[in-house]
Each structure stands twice: as structure tokens, then as C-alpha cells.
Write a protein that binds this ligand. Structure first.
Ligand code: ZN
Length: 584
């Protein structure tokens, strides 16, 4: 989900609006705003029906927007129209929370305009065009009876041919990386329209005529997808075709960074801090590795090269890991231990920790990306649960399982559970769903806040003595921090400084202790995304510095529990707004 920022102009308008309005009933203003928010969101999902599907907003599932230039102009005028309504609103009387909501909507609209008129990704990123994910949702999520979902699907698919034709037409010099990604993802997406769907149709109670229409539309859709894939393959096969570079350059990167992260920091500032932190972590790692040397290597001579020394210790630590069949139990147990630890250290309210995180074996559809993740129900889905999914490593080929287990060894897996589950993503997700629900913040969630929170909790748990601060856990913690800050360095290096691939691989393997395969994977990810890799470090750093300032403000009254509860109560808002309110 895209996020955006508050411009100076908007701040000025807010200030002006504040001056011109007085003496109105605050409840009245908030009620009006709530009604406005509902109207706006309904209009938004009508304008962007595919996004509405992922958020579980059921109303416009049968609408498929054709991606042509008329659509682009329509999106821009939609944003401008709603911006206009926002600016005519009386904001002085709004509650603090609604003031933030006002800014979040404003940012979103401003960002949408920028994406459409300046960034123009729709011209060069062919992987934007893929309807399989949203169709998969309609087919498999039990938001309505099967018959109803199949009719919705049928209505939606009647536009698939026009959709892919328009998609290809609007492309103008795509990048090679996004073209290849689009080929792979659309090929993968074809499975959504395969045998399982045919079986579902057979098992349904649709009339024969409806079944026939649906089957026909599915055939039309898969052939439209195949034509699209073949046309993209022709670009790749054509040696005379000039692709655009995947590097967007410093100017666009800086703007995108500001819109996506909604921060006042510049990428250059964050980059400089990441560089300084890298140096600091290397020094700390050297100290820990030196102390651990005799434990793992006895009297053998130490390598003179610092990086080599640290790597040698990491090699040994990585061998301490669970067997594939015990991985699930080991992580489940960690979640229980984490919960106990959090309560014993008084880090959150009791009702934030309960209801507990639901741990389960990763479902089939979520597999293939990572060994464990947090899964959230779509915002509008009332019965949604938050899950900590853990993959069944006994299903991996032996070599792949061994490499995953080395990476998520007995120490690193603890930080994985902290980040994904407790008190990272799952705890925040449950907080948003149960304790402080807010639709707007959930659908326009700020990625730097969400990832920053998970990264912050790793630091916070470590500082509070999780893992008894053993040297092994300490070294693994620093390695993890290097990975997070390297995301900023390589994103900036690639997109703004024209760094060659070899430099990125060297940074990751030689300075951040990653394997060649991990470095290759990260490099690939960095060529098809921009600024997204900066969410983690930038967000985590912003929360830590907010905590320092809040501590100063509160003096003796400061407790971690109070800080955490207050911080999470603002939902997934941009950290700079939370900061404003907490330091007020
Ligand atoms: Zn995360």
C-alpha cells in the first residue's frame, strides 16, 4: 500500500483552516468527519476496486478497471476532487486522532497524484498488471457463499481481455527487470484458473448456463494472460529493444522516499546514519567474536582480519539449530517464552498480550517466500484472526532445509519470532484489530511504522535482557542489525549512486555476513522495488529516537509499558504524526 506525506502547503492550509473556525461542538465536528471518512473510503474502493478486494471491502468486487490513459486522468481528478473537500473542512474542532486521519487522507491523495503524474510506473512496470491475486482472493476467501463468489468472479473476468490489451498498450519502454518479473508472476498466476477452480465450479449450484459462461470467461482470461506473457517475452528476446534502466535516480528516489515513508528525514540523512551504525556494529562484533574465539576454536590462531574473525564465529553459531521436524515446536515455544518474559518485565498491558498470538503451520498458499511470517485478516473482514505462520521444514529438500536452519539457528530464530510475532507484527496486528481498531490507518498503513515497530521490538527485547544477553545472541543481534541497515545502503547505492551489482554483493557478503544466495536474492529485490527496503531501518531508528525524547519529556514518570501502549494506540500512522502527538 502506498503512503504519502504532509507538505508544507498542507500544513499552512491546516493552520489557516484552524484560524477561521471557532466555537463549534467538537463532537459534532468528529461525527461529521466520521461520515466523511466513510464516504471517502467507499468512493476510494470504487475508484480502486482491486485494492478494495485486498482489504476485504466487498462492494465492488465485480469491477475491473481498465488501465488506460482515461483511467489515469480519472484517478488524478478523483484525488483532486477529494483534496478539495478536505481543504474545505473545519479541522480545528477535530480530535487529535481525527486530525491525524485528516493528514493521512491528504497524504494518500497527494501521493496518488504523484504516482500517476510524475512517477508514472504504469508505463514501465509490466508487473503491475496481474489479476490473479485478486481473483484468487475471490475464489478462496470465504467472505460469501461459493455460488455468489463464482458469479462475482464471472462478472469480473468478462473484462480481462480488455484489461490485458490496455495494459500492454499503455506500456512505454519498460525495464527489463520488471518485464521479467511480470512474466514470472503472470505465469505463476495462471494456476489460479486451473483444475481447482474447475472443480469448484462443478461442485457449485450455479445453473448450467452460468457455469458455461464462467468457463468461457476463464478460457478468455487465460488466453489474454498468455498473449500478454508472450508479448513481454518478445521484448526480452528482441536484442534491439531498448529497456529503461531500473534505477530511478536520486531525484525521483528522494520524492518516493518522502511519499512512501511519510517522514521528514531525507534518504541522504538516513544513509549517513546507516553508514555510521555499520562501523559501530563491526566494532562491537569484533569484541564479542574475540571473546568467543577460545570457546569455539580453542588454542587455534585467530584470523588477523576482523571480518574473517567474526565470520568464523558466526559459522560455528549457525550450526546450533533445530532439526527440521522440531523447528515448528521450537518457534511455538519461543512465543510462549516471549509472552512470559514480556509480562515479567512489565513491557505491555496484560490485555495487549492476551488474546494470544495464534501460531499455526503455514498454509499452502503462503509458502515459498519465508520460513515464518505474520498473516493478517483483511481490514473489513470482521472475523479475521492474526496468525504467526511457521513453515513445515520437513517438506523442504534436505539442502534447502539445512540452509534455512543455519540462517534461522537457535539464536536468530528468536529474533524472527520477536519480529514476526511477539511483540512485533502479530502483537501490533492484534492491537489494531481488537484494542484500537481504525479502518483508515489499517488500509493506508504506513510501512515504515509497521516494519519499524517490528525492528524496534528486536532492539527493545535485546536491551531488556532477552536471551540473557549471551555473547551468541549478541553477535546474532548485530548481524541482524547489519542486514537491516544494509537494506538502506544498497537501495540508495543502486538507485541513486549508480553502484554496480558487484559492489552490492560485496557489501552483503563481505561486510554483512550474508551468503552468496541471500545477496543475490536481495540484489534482485532491490532492482524491482525502490525505497521499500528503507522502511525497516528508517522506521526502527525513528521509534528509538522518539522513545528517547518521550523519556526526556516524562522524566520519572517514564515507563516502557506506557510508551508502548501510547505508541500503538495511534495505529499504523506515520511515525512523525505519532511523534507530534506524543511529545505535545
Ligand atoms: Zn517485518
Amino acid at each position: 500500500m502506498k503512503v504519502s506525506f504532509l507538505t508544507i502547503i498542507v500544513s499552512l492550509i491546516l493552520a489557516v483552516a484552524s484560524c477561521t473556525s471557532n466555537h463549534k461542538d467538537p463532537n459534532d465536528a468528529d461525527k461529521k468527519f466520521a461520515a466523511f471518512e466513510d464516504r471517502f473510503l467507499d468512493a476510494y474502493w470504487k475508484q480502486y476496486p482491486s485494492n478494495g478486494i485486498y482489504n476485504g471491502y466487498g462492494k465492488y468486487y465485480d469491477k475491473l478497471t481498465i488501465p488506460d490513459s482515461t483511467g489515469v486522468l480519472g484517478n488524478i481528478s478523483f484525488s483532486k476532487q477529494w483534496q478539495d473537500s478536505l481543504l474545505h473542512m473545519d479541522t480545528l474542532q477535530l480530535s487529535d486522532n481525527n486530525k491525524i486521519s485528516w493528514s493521512i487522507i491528504q497524504n494518500q491523495l497527494e501521493s496518488d497524484i504523484w504516482y500517476q503524474s510524475v512517477f508514472r510506473e504504469y508505463e514501465w512496470n509490466p508487473s503491475l498488471y496481474n489479476i490473479s491475486g485478486e481473483c484468487d482472493y475471490i475464489i478462496n476467501q470465504p467472505y460469501a457463499p461459493l455460488d455468489e463468489r463464482l458469479i462475482t468472479l464471472s462478472n469480473r473476468l468478462q473484462y480481462a481481455g480488455a484489461y490485458y490489451k490496455a495494459a500492454f498498450k499503455i506500456l512505454h519502454r519498460p525495464t527489463k527487470e520488471h518485464t521479467e518479473l511480470a512474466i514470472i508472476q503472470n505465469q505463476g498466476g495462471l494456476s489460479v484458473f486451473g483444475q481447482a477452480l474447475t472443480d469448484s465450479i462443478k461442485a457449485s449450484h450455479l445453473s448450467d448456463a452460468d457455469k458455461a459462461t464462467l468457463q468461457q470467461r476463464i478460457t478468455g482470461t487465460t488466453s489474454a494472460i498468455n498473449v500478454y506473457i508472450d508479448s513481454l517475452k518478445a521484448f526480452v528476446a528482441n536484442t534491439n529493444f531498448t529497456f529503461r534502466s531500473f534505477r530511478i535516480g536520486k531525484e525521483l528516489f528522494t520524492q518516493k522516499f518522502r511519499y512512501d515513508l511519510a517522514t521528514n528525514l531525507t534518504p541522504g540523512e538516513v544513509y549517513a546514519k546507516a553508514m555510521a551504525d555499520k562501523k559501530m556494529y563491526h566494532q562491537k562484533m569484533f569484541v564479542v567474536a574475540t571473546a568467543l574465539w577460545p570457546k569455539y576454536y580453542g588454542a587455534q590462531p585467530k584470523p588477523t582480519d576482523t571480518i574473517q574473525l567474526v565470520q568464523s564465529i558466526i559459522d560455528k553459531i549457525q550450526l546450533r539449530h533445530a532439526a527440521p521436524k522440531d523447528f515448528y515446536d521450537s518457534l511455538t515455544n519461543q512465543v510462549h517464552q516471549l509472552k512470559k518474559f514480556i509480562l515479567s518485565r512489565n513491557l505491555f498491558d496484560f490485555d495487549t498480550i492476551n488474546p494470544p498470538v495464534k501460531v499455526r503451520i503455514m498454509p499452502e498458499y503462503a509458502r515459498g517466500v519465508t520460513v515464518a511470517n505474520a498473516e493478517f485478516a483483511p481490514t473489513y473482514q470482521a472475523q479475521g484472526e492474526t496468525y504467526y505462520n511457521i513453515d513445515d521444514l520437513t517438506l523442504y529438500p534436505k539442502e534447502k532445509a539445512e540452509s534455512a536452519l543455519k540462517e534461522y539457528n537457535n539464536y536468530a530464530s528468536q529474533f524472527l519470532s520477536i519480529h514476526e510475532a511477539m511483540p512485533g507484527h502479530c502483537l501490533q496486528g492484534i492491537y489494531n484489530k481488537k484494542k484500537s481498531p481504525d479502518v483508515l490507518r489499517s488500509v493506508f498503513q504506513n510501512g515504515a511504522m509497521v516494519e519499524g515497530w517490528a525492528v524496534y521490538t528486536e532492539n527493545m527485547m535485546f536491551e531488556n535482557g532477552w536471551g540473557n544477553n549471551s555473547p551468541e545472541i549478541e553477535l546474532v543481534f548485530y548481524k541482524l542489525k547489519l542486514r537491516v541497515l544494509a537494506n538502506v545502503l544498497l537501495d540508495y547505492d543502486l538507485q541513486c549512486l549508480d553502484a554496480p551489482k558487484e559492489a552490492i554483493i560485496a557489501l552483503l557478503t563481505k561486510e554483512c555476513f550474508q551468503t552468496a544466495a541471500q545477496a543475490e536474492e536481495k540484489y534482485h529485490r532491490a532492482t524491482v522495488s525502490q525505497a521499500q527496503l528503507c522502511f525497516y531501518y528508517t522506521g526502527g531508528t525513528a521509534i528509538l529516537s522518539l522513545r528517547d525524547e518521550y523519556k526526556k519529556k516524562m522524566g520519572d514518570q517514564f515507563t516502557l509499558k506506557d510508551f508502548h501502549e501510547k505508541f500503538l494506540s495511534f495505529g499504523s500512522s506515520p511515525i512523525k504524526y505519532i511523534r507530534e502527538k506524543m511529545l505535545q
